[in-house]
Design a protein around this ligand. Structure first.
Ligand SMILES: [Cu+2]
Length: 144
């Protein structure tokens, strides 16, 4: 999902247009914000219904690079996550010219599977050896 960039002192207004045919929600990982904006369905908010728009609005009271992700089902596992950059204010006493104003180039490293994550989840609960067989792990183990 898109990199979201703010500056400490801003008020974030993030409109989520849910174009999925299922509910969704977004969790702002590691951010200090009012609980009702935390993005956990049935705990801090109701799920965002399909084909509706939800506004997350909260003050940015910190700086640093974080990330955000879907908190619904296994949507995160199919790529519903992105970088969340909060720049330090230029009038911050600790602002270091030539360091804190360097451009941000976010790189997100993540595990990935081409399998439907619902299938992975099901297989993990069924104690299948499928993934060990695919990696030829059982063959290696039998040689020991
Ligand atoms: Cu998180």
């Amino acid at each position: 999902m898109p990199t979201l960039t703010f500056t400490e002192g801003d008020t974030a207004e993030i409109y989520v247009h849910n174009e999925l045919n299922e509910t969704t929600s977004l969790h702002w990982h590691g951010l200090f914000l009012p609980n009702k904006e935390d993005g956990v369905p049935y705990l801090t908010q109701m799920p965002i219904k399909p084909h509706t728009t939800h506004l997350y609005k909260f003050p940015i009271i910190q700086h640093g690079t974080h990330w955000y992700h879907s908190h619904s089902g296994l949507q995160e596992q199919i790529g519903m996550y992105g970088s969340f950059i909060m720049n330090k204010r230029k009038d911050d006493k600790t602002f270091r010219k030539g360091i804190d104003d360097l451009p941000n180039i976010p790189i997100v490293l993540s595990e990935w599977t081409n399998y439907n994550p619902e299938n992975v989840h099901r297989m993990l609960h069924n104690a299948t050896d499928w993934f060990a067989i695919k990696k030829e792990l059982l063959k290696v183990m039998s040689k020991q």
